[in-house]
Design a protein. Structure first.
Length: 268
């Protein structure tokens, strides 16, 4: 799916030097051996040895795919042909590219810039609560919750986004948000640590395991919240969440998208 959040022509292929291991692994391994994407990635890596070196060292598990791709790249390409391949890959990976440019992510991603924090506050009472935000991104949910909560733990596996949030905390003297590394698959906190565990655009790869982890860290009587931002996509409610006991709240976004927000009361 293409979101057109960026104009790939304007981005250097060196952007990939800012990426974390989990993204490098996704770029190299998810797509290994697959048609047009792989052909272009092969060229881009073969003609950008610094990026290829960085990928192979940052994600050693991807080294065999990287070597295979470099070996299959055609020789003696023109600068124009190389740039075309780079732009193809940058465009294909735009969702990962925006993670290393948090300001651009805030400006260009409709789910962030078009969002109103009241949409979060309608889902639960955050007053004086201890809150976890999984996959915080630039902190859309975390900083909103912090206006009411006692403390917010913003967990984010992408280094550039963690640093973006830390800079914002310092700049704006925010004293109740803590930024941490971590993924939803293995939340770095003890059982029953939070009143609310929330996320947006994160849950979905493995509902059972992810919801079990969220439930584990929420106290009895607390909430799990899934609150996506605003966009123009037509969608159906997420039956996987509903059949696991989530309540959904629906509205149409200003740009005509079907937006479902979800909450689940945790009983232990
Ligand atoms: C589409 S962004 C959404 C950011 C933010 N939740 C929001 O709605 O504004 C997805 C975020 O999830 C993070 N992420 C990716 N895989 C993750 C995982 N397994 N566990 C936790 N976060 C993850 C990404 O680094 C990115 O910041």
């Amino acid at each position: 799916m293409s979101f057109n959040w960026i104009n790939a022509e304007e981005f250097s292929f060196n952007s990939f030097l800012l990426m974390d291991r989990w993204i490098v692994r996704m770029i190299c391994n998810n797509y290994a051996g697959c048609g047009e994407y792989c052909d272009n990635l092969s060229i881009a890596l073969a003609y950008n040895p610094s990026v290829a070196w960085y990928f192979a060292h940052k994600s050693p598990e991807s080294k065999p795919s990287i070597e295979k791709m470099i070996a299959m790249a055609p020789k003696n390409l023109t600068p124009h042909e190389i740039r075309k391949a780079e732009v193809f890959v940058i465009h294909a990976m735009e969702t990962a590219v925006v993670y290393v440019y948090p300001d651009i992510m805030n400006q260009n991603c409709d789910y962030i810039y078009g969002w109103d924090k009241q949409l979060l506050f309608e889902l639960a009472d955050f007053t004086d609560k201890v809150v976890l935000d999984l996959g915080s991104g630039t902190g859309r949910l975390a900083f909103a919750a912090a206006e009411k909560a006692k403390s917010v733990y913003a967990s984010e596996p992408t280094d550039m986004l963690r640093e973006y949030m830390r800079d914002k905390i310092k700049r704006e003297n925010i004293n109740n948000v803590v930024v941490v590394d971590g993924t939803i698959e293995k939340i770095p906190y003890e059982d029953n640590s939070f009143d609310i565990a929330m996320s947006g655009h994160v849950v979905g790869d493995n509902y059972d395991a992810q919801i079990a982890e969220l439930s584990r860290v929420v106290k009895n009587g607390g909430y799990i919240i899934d609150c996506i931002g605003e966009d123009n996509r037509k969608r159906e409610p997420d039956e996987e969440l509903i059949k696991r006991g989530f309540e959904s709240l629906y509205h149409v976004s200003i740009s005509g998208g079907d937006i479902y927000r979800y909450r689940k009361l945790v009983r232990k």
